[in-house]
Design a protein around this ligand. Structure first.
Ligand code: FE
Length: 338
């Protein structure tokens, strides 16, 4: 308990609203907007008494907004998807380092930096039309460049962060030259010019417009959980491969966040990050978008994801993905992957 000061005799600024009251609010800028997140935040407020003010928006818009607000930004926490985006925010000096034993113990080392933390993971996998392509022919990302798959490959834009992060991982594992050869082979195999998101690719593969594509796992799980007859039918036509199980493992990416350097409520921000790493919050956070919890002990049962079976993920530190994304963009541009 703090002693009650006789405010009448002190300057207003000294006895003005105590710090405690100030910390009962958290301003969250989030590029995630899922139904289950509501329960996640309500639970936090119930447990801590800290009210959450949420600003939602698209990933890059929120980042831009934080930059424009500068030192006056009310944002305490920024949550987004894609490790390269988080690392970009970090490189811009937007995050403050967070020293937390809880976070260090619970979030695996390859899923955090000193300034931000992953709270869930997703994998970028190969999907193929079972009637048009043999699973044996699409076991690795490299296989997608094989002339055997001419006119069979569909994929979203090479400028999208998901593909740039994959390209960055490939540059790390294979080198720039091999990744460029791969991208050229991929482009030579296109069934159509890149368009749409991952869900569009899955549907095009199911419809036979293409034989094979790449998708994040949560789009697949979402369609597997769909009650719509057309989605059920589409998913029956599709096979899913965990790429590169005999080499570096399947590329993974993350949802995550960090505390901003200008955060007005730093204690509340750290409390929130630690809360997101508890088992129950992890389950909510991951399941909200059909992802895997970053924390190993968290148990988020997701039958759709489980139906895809176990896999070996790439153990590359996701924070290092941003190192090669600009180069990946150049490599993809040179290969003509628009
Ligand atoms: Fe997505």
């Amino acid at each position: 308990m703090q002693p009650i000061r006789p405010c009448i005799f002190l300057l207003a600024s000294i006895c003005a609203i105590p710090a405690l009251a100030q910390e009962k609010v958290l301003n969250l800028y989030s590029a995630r907007h899922y139904q289950t997140d509501e329960a996640l935040y309500a639970n936090f407020t119930r447990q801590t008494g800290i009210k959450i003010n949420r600003i939602e928006g698209k990933e890059d818009e929120l980042l831009e907004r934080i930059r424009n607000e500068g030192a006056n930004s009310p944002a305490d926490i920024f949550i987004t998807v894609d490790a390269a985006r988080l690392a970009q925010a970090d490189a811009l000096g937007l995050f403050a380092p967070v020293k937390s034993k809880t976070l260090e113990e619970r979030i695996p080392g390859n899923l955090r930096s000193t300034d931000w933390f992953a709270f869930s993971t997703r994998a970028r996998v190969i999907i193929y039309n079972k009637a048009a392509v043999k699973a044996a022919d699409v076991q690795n990302y490299e296989d997608l460049a094989d002339p055997k798959l001419k006119n069979k490959v569909c994929v979203r834009s090479g400028a999208h962060p998901y593909n740039l992060s994959l390209g960055s991982a490939l540059i790390h594992h294979l080198g720039e030259q091999k990744t460029e050869e791969w991208a050229k082979g991929l482009v030579a195999n296109f069934a159509r010019a890149p368009k749409g998101g991952d869900t569009d690719q899955i549907k095009a593969v199911a419809a036979g417009e293409c034989g094979v594509s790449i998708s994040n796992t949560y789009y697949i799980a979402r369609l597997l959980r769909s009650e719509k007859p057309e989605d059920k039918k589409a998913m029956e036509k599709i096979g899913v491969v965990w790429p590169n199980q005999k080499s570096f493992g399947t590329h993974i990416n993350i949802s995550g966040g960090g505390m901003l350097k200008t955060a007005p409520h730093k204690d509340a921000a750290v409390t929130f990050l630690e809360y997101l790493a508890n088992d129950e919050a992890q389950a909510y956070f991951a399941n909200g978008n059909n992802e895997w919890p970053a924390v190993k002990t968290a148990n988020a049962r997701n039958p759709a994801l489980e139906s895809l079976g176990p896999f070996k993920p790439d153990s590359l530190n996701v924070g290092t993905l941003s190192k090669n994304t600009a180069l990946a963009q150049k490599v993809f541009d040179r290969a003509g992957w628009r």
